[in-house]
Design a protein. Structure first.
Length: 506
């Protein structure tokens, strides 16, 4: 046996008898356990051992390889540490994706309908719209008169007239006069009222009736082409009216209760003439804001009492009947009667009864009622605060005229609600005010911003007193660019002084 063969056999025997077990690599090279551990820590073996799989194996998969029991117990620990995130006890468990808190959708805005409005709120809404009081009265009277004329032309019941006038008043309180035409608003209100009261009329039928009322010598058919463009405007205004009333179609019909009250007081036969006058006055009250301020019983009792005073027919019976009713409110009835008298005094030509009675008699009744209020020390309007009205800001300048068909303004009780539609929230209409209030309180807890105020005392150094040059008064002459007196940065000689000093010549 040669020396080379003997040396190879000796090396193999020594390797077999060595206390350090060896491992065979993929390329046939052998390493001891410590050498393998050093290479393992250096990161060389993970890439060489996984030659059959392109993706790294899981720690559990390492145990299935034929690398031996010792390395299988060591390899999973290294792999687990390489895939785990650094420990941080301050943060929560890691999650897939973004760990930031998700912000849900905006809860939206709630609009709850209101059946009654006070006089102070009416004045605030009119002031916010920036409308002229004289023009506002003319538009209101002409709009209600147009509704009444079209209603009679189409032979619609009086309850449709009541509903249309109520919607017309609410719409005008929430939109400026420059944003729409009052005639279109009146016809659109009648169009919505016809649907609510089951007296359905097409928009072109209402437009044709209004056209025929103004032009009786040249009547037009509803299918005429001239009504196509106005019909689209009415349909657009219908949506705004529904949003204005909050999809609350409840209205009041005082004529039905008026019949019962007159029969209870005067009887069926004796009350016919009285009822005719009271019925005409009940139509005139819709030319004011009384229908959106008072209840049905207050309106009826005001009409009956004022009719009895104007016709001088048994006013004592009316007062005795009023005392038997627990729902009778003297303040509300007095306010309603004075509102009707103001209408008959200022716009008697635009009413049904204003021209039938003597104006002096109407003024005398008004003075008598005002004296009764003064003696009882009661205000002219219920829930009215003259101080709050005086502190209200002046109305802003009205915006430019825009058509409601293309306008995106939002109706509401004030100008602030119109901006809600431009935000990311959704306007929802809730009929139950208490439910709306509970929901607002529940969602309002998530929008509260709490701040803690701390008062910290900080000592500030007192600045030194200002120093003036040149003794009394200082120097007030001109300075050059280098902030020096004339003559250079080092000054000039005495003869170059351009300011007045103590010389021979002052």
């Amino acid at each position: 046996m040669s020396f080379t063969a003997l040396f190879v056999v000796s090396c193999a025997a020594l390797a077999a008898a060595s206390p350090f077990p060896s491992f065979q690599d993929a390329d046939g090279s052998r390493h001891t356990r410590e050498r393998r551990k050093a290479l393992d820590d250096a990161g060389r073996y993970p890439n060489r051992l996984l030659r059959q799989s392109k993706t790294p194996a899981k720690p559990d998969d390492r145990q299935r390889t034929n690398l031996g029991l010792t390395y299988a117990s060591h390899r999973p620990v290294w792999r687990a540490k390489s895939i785990m995130a650094p420990e941080n006890n301050n943060q929560g468990p890691a999650t897939n994706g973004d760990t930031t808190l998700k912000i849900g959708p905006h809860p939206g805005f709630i609009s709850s309908s209101n059946q009654y409005t006070s006089e102070l709120k009416l004045r605030r809404m009119l002031k916010d719209n920036g409308c002229d009081p004289a023009r506002q009265d003319n538009y209101r009277l002409q709009g209600v008169q147009l509704i009444d004329n079209v209603r009679e032309n189409l032979q619609l019941p009086v309850r449709t007239f009541d509903t249309a006038c109520t919607y017309f008043h609410k719409f005008r309180l929430n939109f400026r006069d420059a944003e729409y035409n009052y005639q279109d608003a009146a016809l659109a209100s009648l169009f919505v009222a016809c649907k609510v009261e089951d007296t359905i009329k097409k928009s072109k039928d209402i437009l044709a009736a209004a056209y025929n009322v103004k032009n009786p010598e040249k009547p037009a058919a509803p299918d005429d082409k001239i009504f196509e463009a106005p019909g689209k405007i009415i349909i657009c205004l219908e949506r705004l009216i529904l949003e204005t009333i909050g999809f609350d179609f409840r209205t009041r019909y005082p004529q039905k209760l008026l019949v019962k009250v007159v029969r209870d007081i005067f009887g069926k036969e004796d009350g016919r003439a009285f009822f005719e006058t009271a019925y005409a006055m009940c139509i005139d009250i819709y030319k004011t804001f009384i229908p959106i301020k008072r209840t049905t019983f207050s309106m009826v009792m005001a009409v009956v009492e004022l009719t009895a005073l104007m016709t001088e027919q048994h006013p004592d019976r009316v007062r005795e009947y009023a005392k038997t009713k627990p729902q009778y409110n003297q303040g509300a009835v007095m306010e309603t009667m004075l509102d009707i008298l103001d209408l008959y005094v200022q716009h008697y030509k635009s009413t049904k009864l204003g021209a039938q009675f003597d104006q002096n008699k109407i003024i005398d009744i008004k003075i008598r009622l005002n004296n009764d209020l003064d003696k009882a020390f009661e205000p002219r309007y219920l829930f009215f605060c003259s101080r709050c009205e005086a502190e209200d800001p002046q109305p802003s300048t009205p915006a430019s005229a825009t058509s409601p068909a293309t306008s995106t303004s939002w109706p509401g009780d004030a100008s602030g609600r119109r901006t809600a539609r431009g935000q990311d929230g959704t306007m929802r209409f809730v009929f139950d005010p208490e439910a709306a209030k509970r929901e607002q309180e529940m969602t309002g807890e998530y929008f509260k911003e709490e701040f803690e105020e701390y008062e910290v005392e900080v000592e500030e150094p007192v600045p030194p007193p200002p120093h003036h040059e040149g003794g009394r008064g200082g120097y007030h002459g001109h300075r050059d660019r280098g902030d020096h007196r004339r003559g250079g940065p080092y000054g000039g000689y005495r003869g170059d002084r351009h300011y007045r000093g103590r010389g021979r010549h002052y």
